[in-house]
Design a protein around this ligand. Sequence first.
Ligand SMILES: *Cc1c(COP(=O)(O)O)cnc(C)c1O
Length: 420
Amino acid sequence: MNYENSLDYAKQLDREDSLAYVRDEFHIPKDKNGKDWLYFTGNSLGLQPKQTQQYIQQELDDWAKFGVEGHFEAKNPWMPYHEYLTDKMAKIVGAKPLEVVVMNTLTTNLHLLMVSFYQPTKEKYKIVIESDAFPSDRYAVQSQLNFHGFDVEEGLIEWKPRKGEEILNIEDLEQILLEQGDEIALLLIGGVNYYTGQYLDLKKIAELGHAKSCIVGIDLAHGAGNIQPNLHESGVDFAAWCTYKYLNSGPGSLSGLFVHEKHAHNKELPRFAGWWNHNKETRFNMRQPFDVMPGAEGWQLSNPPILSMAAIRSSLDLFDKVGMDALREKSEKLTGYFEYLINEIDTDRIKVITPSNPKERGCQLSIQVKNADKNLHKKLTKNNIITDWREPDVIRCAPVPMYNTFEDVFQMVAILKTLL
Ligand SMILES: *Cc1c(COP(=O)(O)O)cnc(C)c1O
């Protein structure tokens, strides 16, 4: 793209943007003078779709009206409520409906998946994560190692960037597997790294891991609704992601879970059980021996929390209307413009650590600012620019194609420039 560094040009891109109308579907937070914030933290908490209130209100009304009968009598009967989310969620991550379910929260699901897919032996027990893994994922795998009686120091292997670099190199993972593959039971990797925004090649990771008989699991918290991960095709064994980041489903909302079709009918996999992963047909006979459901639904434990799911349903309907292909197309252009403008700032203090290849990133750019401290972040916030600060010196910014504009990006970089 040949971009131009001017407000007029940014406005022109907004006029030409076929998804510009979608911004109106969202509540955009404002300052006290009523001016829209420049919101770049959709990677942390996505904004609220206006229609979400209606979706939740529907369930509150039906609860008021029907009480327990709402399980059958509600406009959207609650009994199978999680099923309303499955097809659209599967489409977003490139999976078959059999492979996807929405349930629990992300870290909980990672543990439930490891109950099934982390089956260490004395010889093969190590776990590989990225050195910049999200803390919750690191704690989760450390506690799994402990739980199985292994030493965390020995059992946890970090896939690190090379000296002086920020980005992971697939050859280094290959090397780890070459040297220690026989001792490695599980790879648990962030599909899009939360810190650098790097989008890893899931298919390649799955191939490398499987060649050494390792299970491959992916945390897609920063991928779902951002990139198009084609989970089924990638061949990874399992994945999980939250829905409150790019999927705009509200603070602390539920998680999506993927288990590849190749495991869908394996009743021998160890797993925890509850009434909701028991065969639907006989669930309410109550006295039946446990009979696990096929597919991702076979990992559920509890009946679905309707109010949270109503918010997810609202968001997924919006994603379905707009379409991931169109979102991704705008996203590449929007983030490309953002990157271009940052590179136009005449200073050696700034470095974008996110890969410059659009195929290796989603919408987020992580900007490293030499000699900066948290004051810079505070000043940005004072100027109504909402970003995310990562010690020691990185600003994470996610222009989200659903609701961010080219003008947002232009204004943000203009202010950043004056603050430097
Ligand atoms: C946001 C995020 C989490 C948060 O987990 P919760 O269980 O939803 O609190 C975990 N892992 C990654 C990689 C994340 O980005």
